[in-house]
Design a binder for this molecule. Structure first.
Ligand code: COA
Length: 267
């Protein structure tokens, strides 16, 4: 089982890190005197300080016992650092470190798209999400790159009451997308997907306005929408959502799209 560790488990986490790194300290003759900051001498206070500065700890347990753990820290530039990867000596060479890192990388994708209470979906939930897709209100697509599925995207009717109230007589849609393989981020794929869905929305579906609803910290997504002519419409506070203080609502209207196309044609 893999899960995020709780604040009460800091003593356990510090113990795992110390035990895992003790073999390294022994091999290289490291002591409190010659290398006091080595992880094999990590204190709970120090680990608490790292958690206060944004480190999230994940643990993998085998048969109910801790086997390994890793820390994840999101950096200012939108990238993520994995720190403190520690596999207990008796659990080494069995692939648990790889399993844990793969899990944390998947969590990382969820972080940008899902609410704070979601740490993944089982098959049944995923099936219910896609099987409930009503072709008249939602279109969902797989994003493929070189014949490999790497993500998914949606064009659906607006489902947020606060936006519907503001545009009662207009056909409003929203675009949601997720490239699930991080290696494919920042290569222009998301921008292309938004462009295709926008075209589909206006030209085939006759939408009046299309929106993107984005966590305040997701600058990458915001930029990909802006590159397609979407503009900030409003910032909606999200009290109670621990990850994000607000949703950035970006909008592109039919009129703006016509103007944008005319401008592109004249270039
Ligand atoms: C968001 C996502 C769809 C964007 O797709 P992508 O293919 O990675 O994005 P693109 O490469 O097309 O464009 C990203 C742009 O953001 C810029 N960017 C990247 N990180 C940034 C940051 N931290 N701050 C500002 N801009 C950033 C890139 O430089 C690029 O702009 P440029 O072409 O002008 O240089 C994709 O990264 C993803 O699936 N992320 C995880 C899930 C998610 O966030 N979904 C969106 C929920 S609203």
């Amino acid at each position: 089982m893999i899960r995020e560790m709780t604040a009460e488990e800091v003593p356990l986490a510090a113990r795992i890190i110390r035990r895992a790194f003790a073999t390294v300290a022994e091999e290289f003759g490291l002591t409190r005197e010659n290398y006091p900051t080595h992880p094999s001498f990590l204190t709970e206070e120090r680990l608490l300080g790292e958690i206060a500065r944004g480190l999230h700890l994940f643990i993998l347990e085998e048969d109910g016992s801790p086997a390994c753990m890793v820390g994840l820290r999101r950096l200012e530039d939108g990238t993520t650092a994995l720190e403190r990867l520690a596999v207990l000596p008796e659990h080494r060479h069995r692939g648990c470190g790889v399993r844990l890192v793969e899990f944390v990388c998947r969590q990382e994708v969820l972080y940008w798209t899902e609410g704070a209470d979601t740490d993944g979906y089982d098959l049944e939930t995923i099936q219910s999400i896609y099987r409930s897709t009503d072709p008249l209100s939602k279109f969902s697509f797989i994003i493929e790159y070189e014949q490999q599925p790497i993500g998914e995207c949606w064009l659906q009717r607006m489902n947020l009451p606060y936006l519907l109230q503001q545009f009662p007589d207009r056909d409003c849609r929203r675009i949601d997308l997720m490239i699930g393989e991080k290696d494919y981020w920042n290569r222009g794929i998301g921008t292309t997907v938004i462009s295709l869905l926008t075209r589909f929305g206006f030209e085939e579906e006759n939408a009046d306005a299309i929106f993107g609803v984005i966590f305040d910290f997701n600058h990458r997504s915001r930029r990909a929408f802006e590159k397609n002519g979407f503009q900030l419409f409003e910032i909606v506070p999200t009290p109670g959502e621990p990850k994000s203080k607000a949703d950035y609502v970006l909008m592109h209207t039919r009129e703006q799209n016509v103007e944008r196309k005319a401008h592109a044609d004249n270039q």
